[in-house]
Design a binder for this molecule. Structure first.
Ligand SMILES: *Cc1c(COP(=O)(O)O)cnc(C)c1O
Length: 865
């Protein structure tokens, strides 16, 4: 008999065990091994049967066993000890409180918005890299004591679970979650003191209202607010707004994005008001999806109120924004931009979130955002195509600070969005970069941490000098063996799911070999990641797998977006190849790549393979997780690997970057991959001295000592704090102080610029005072006449730009020198000639205002000529 509905009843724990509930509901256990060991010790079998989920575990241990445990002094003592540790972790000062300094600009709180969060497999609220990165960001922020409050959506079905049909086609399932069975707490009107569930509301077209309750997950010190529309107050279709991640049509998607953006700000306000949590000074949006948050913050400042929860409507008593009352749109825009950070993750223009302009107009109503002029809102998302609204462009316009996620991706983003800064050189486009990192205690095997200790908090090397080659090699062998066991278990389960019967599956006990060089390739399956590059020459791949002396075994995993049949066909190609009885002991495709599988791969693979089409991998983080465990990367120099590959920590697959013909490019790069494996990777792994591959271990040691500190998420979050959050908080304080005087000033300034800028002209340029034969260092005086069209000389910077030129007269690596105003329309500066050779110069006019982060910020420039 099937149940009609299901729900979860939480366990009643006997007194001495009551604190287990606290330990189970703060997700810190996911990266705290001693707490996990405690849970496992309660009932090892139940622990593994319930997928290492403490909330489920506590529900599944029989009452009799609980009573037994409660009577066990040692258990009770351990429970107390772990709970005390957690308490100390949550309350004590950490890096942010101790070492970040007492800069008055350190924000009291930072809000971090993301469409997905991969904190743990017990909270399946992510699809891949973006979500896992967001989860790691929260954990590292918690470890550092950075006061983050995170905002996302709670999906009824999360992302899909993948299985395979008999012929290797991807099948999708969407198991529904029950929030009551997750480590979540409902935000209530009384905060921590009960009351009714608090509801956040956003207006929908047609006089409708979308309401959401707010679940709070505790990620160590960081509260994660998850909005959930599946409540009786909503009309049936609106209940489905948070049904699944990245599913549905454009309407569904914009509804989700309005909920997370506009509703998310309202949830933060409600959370702060009911719990006393400090108000965020900085808003960080992780990718463009939550960008509507900026519009809600503008609305708060224009109407002078936060929207209270439970439908009370705008309330003028809100302490949050009352002083901003009465700003106009431009003043409010200036005010919120200062404290907003936008991170872009997409190096592919087609990957950017876009909506039809009509759809956006339909949703961004005066009921949703009272008092905000529709044309101004729509202009924020304008792009090349006049019919579409671009969420990334809006992100860049609403944030004074923006970044990509690796050094190379910073460059790619400056190119990709360069059109918004026409007239500027690529390197002047104000988009920086912070290279992603991964959370050490989440992704590193405990054996690694036990052997090496934690890496130093900065990027410096951490050589495991006391550890012998034999010990390092033994560690790698242990991790590989554990992976092989897991592969066998999963291959068997996958075949049962595909319809095979037990008696046919004897062979699965013998797939893989714990002494064979193990290569992992696991990732989502968009085209640019080239899942099937390794199959370019199947015979050659077969040769590598079956080499009698130096065999290779290969694990492949990854999900294709449900709507992407092309991706599913690639998976099918791999599966069909791997199904062949001649190679199936050396290559497997493991279905349902997720965090619980991924960690075995990162621990156990000797080599982590990545062969994207450069430069389409914004960063990539799986290779970093492998490196934490002494895995060696074998990768195209894209994303993070372009920056961190040093010749001794793995291999760079040569890229045929400039080759136009994609087929030929694939051939060249696949060939280089086979060549590297057979001539370098495999020999280094199999050449042994006294049973130890000395060269290999040397590379493992080098990876652990130099790469492990650099790939940490704590390194990333520290950079965000120091280079992004603190400057943003300082800028926000500057523009909001004295009743938003500076915000008003910026708005007036921008209005003046907008009026005059098209008429600003450089009327003449000349350079004099050059000797007959100029030498490096001799001064060149550049003079210019500038018609400011009514602007004040103090409103602008007039710059001389001097650099090398080629036949096209394009200035390369120029230097700039601010010119002095010499009365009337005349400007002048003396520039020492910066280099020998063919030299050119020009003059340009840029906006100048004390509250601009750079002179490129407003994307305005007037060039001579
Ligand atoms: C780290 C991780 C990713 C992202 O890896 P990429 O290298 O960016 O493809 C995706 N899925 C899971 C489960 C991960 O742990």
């Amino acid at each position: 008999m099937r149940a009609l509905r299901r729900f979860t009843v939480r366990a009643q724990l006997p007194g001495p065990l009551a604190l287990l509930q606290t330990l189970a509901t703060n997700l810190r256990w996911t990266w705290h091994a001693p707490t996990r060991e405690l849970f496992a010790s309660l009932d090892p079998q139940a622990w593994s049967a319930c997928g290492q989920d403490p909330v489920r575990l506590l529900g599944e241990i029989p009452t009799s066993r609980l009573d037994e445990l409660a009577a066990d002094e040692a258990i009770a003592a351990t429970v107390r000890e772990r709970a005390d540790e957690l308490e100390a972790y949550l309350a004590g000062p950490r890096w942010y409180q101790e070492e970040a300094g007492d800069d008055p600009a350190l924000p009291d709180a930072v809000a971090y918005f993301s469409m997905e969060f991969g904190v743990s497999e017990v909270l399946p609220n992510y699809s891949g890299g973006l979500g896992v990165l967001a989860g790691d960001h929260l954990k590292a922020a918690s470890d550092l004591g950075v006061p983050l409050v995170a905002v996302g959506l709670l999906y009824r079905s999360g992302y899909f679970r993948q299985s395979l049909s008999l012929d290797g086609w991807q099948l999708e399932h969407y198991p529904a979650i029950d929030p009551q069975g997750l480590p979540l707490q409902l935000l209530t009107t009384g905060g921590d003191h009960g009351g009714d569930p608090l509801l956040v509301e956003v207006a929908m077209p047609g006089d409708r209202t979308l309401a959401a309750r707010v679940w709070v997950a505790r990620v160590g010190r960081v509260p994660l607010l998850l909005l959930d529309s599946d409540i009786e107050e909503n009309e049936p279709d609106l209940r489905g707004v948070t049904d699944r991640l990245y599913g549905g049509d454009q309407d569904h998607r914009i509804q989700q994005e309005i909920l997370i953006g506009v509703g998310g700000v309202r949830a933060v306000r409600a959370f702060c008001a009911t719990t006393g949590h400090p108000t965020p000074e900085v808003f960080h949006t992780n990718e463009g999806h939550a960008g509507f948050l900026g519009l809600e913050r503008i609305r708060e400042l224009c109407t002078g109120s936060a929207v209270a929860a439970n439908g009370a409507g705008p309330s003028s008593s809100s302490p949050v924004t009352a002083s901003g009352s009465g700003l106009d749109f431009d003043e409010a825009l200036a005010a919120i931009r200062a404290g907003t950070v936008f991170t872009t993750h997409t190096p592919v223009p087609a990957g950017i979130d876009r909506f039809g302009l009509d759809l956006v107009r339909h949703y961004l109503t005066d009921r949703l955002l009272p008092g905000l002029p529709a044309d101004r809102l729509l202009a924020l998302g304008s792009e090349e195509n006049p019919e579409t609204f671009n969420m990334a462009h809006m992100g860049l316009r609403l944030a004074q600070r923006a970044n990509g996620v690796s050094r190379l991706h910073g460059q790619v983003s400056r190119d990709m969005f360069g059109g918004m800064w026409a007239g500027f050189d690529r390197d002047e486009v104000p988009i920086g970069s912070v290279t992603n990192g991964v959370h050490g205690h989440t992704w590193e095997a405990t054996q690694v941490t036990e052997l090496l200790g934690d890496p130093p908090p900065d990027r410096s090397a951490h050589p495991p000098t006391e550890v012998s080659d034999a010990d390092l090699w033994a560690l790698r062998n242990t991790l590989r063996s554990r992976l092989v066991d897991e592969v066998r278990r999963r291959v068997r389960a996958a075949w049962l799911e595909r319809g095979a019967s037990e008696p046919e599956l004897g062979w699965t006990d013998h797939v893989f070999d714990s002494d064979v060089l193990t290569v992992g390739f696991a990732r989502r399956v968009p085209t640019y990641k080239r899942l099937t590059l390794m199959l370019r020459d199947p015979d050659r791949l077969r040769g590598l797998l079956l080499d009698p002396h130096r065999p290779v075994q290969l694990i492949v995993a990854g999900k294709s977006h449900p709507a992407d049949d092309g991706g599913k066909a690639l998976i099918q190609q791999i599966v069909r190849f791997a199904d062949d009885a001649g190679v199936r002991h050396r290559i497997v495709f493991l279905p349902d790549y997720d965090m619980s599988m991924a960690r075995y791969l990162y621990w156990g693979c000797d080599v982590w393979l990545n062969n994207p089409l450069r430069p389409l991998e914004a960063c990539g983080t799986s290779g970093m997780k492998s490196a934490l465990n002494g895995g060696l990367n074998l990768s195209i120099r894209d994303g993070w690997w372009d920056e961190f590959y040093d010749g001794g920590n793995g291999w760079a697959i040569p890229t045929a970057d400039g080759v136009e013909d994609p087929t030929r490019r694939d051939d060249l790069e696949a060939n280089a991959l086979y060549e590297l494996i057979s001539t370098q990777v495999a020999p280094a792994f199999y050449d042994r001295t006294d049973g130890v591959p000395t060269r290999w271990v040397e590379m493992v040691r080098h990876t652990l000592s130099t790469l492990r500190p650099k790939v940490q998420a704590t390194r990333m979050v520290r950079e965000y704090v120091q280079d992004w959050y603190v400057p943003a908080a300082r800028a926000a304080a500057d523009v909001t102080g004295s009743d938003y005087a500076a915000a008003r000033d910026i708005a007036q300034y921008r209005a003046r610029l907008n009026k005059a800028w098209n008429h600003v002209r450089i009327t003449g340029v000349d350079a004099s005072g050059l000797p007959e034969t100029p030498v490096v260092g001799s001064p060149m005086t550049v003079r210019a006449g500038v018609d400011l069209a009514g602007l004040e000389p103090s409103d602008v910077t007039v710059e001389a730009v001097v650099g090398r030129v080629d036949d096209t007269d394009e200035l390369a690596g120029p230097i700039t020198a601010a010119m002095e105003h010499r009365g009337d329309d005349s400007w002048e500066v003396a520039v020492p000639l910066p280099h020998a050779g063919l030299t050119g110069y020009t003059v340009r006019v840029l906006p100048r205002h004390p509250h601009l982060s750079s002179s490129a910020e407003l994307a305005k420039i007037v060039l001579a000529g």
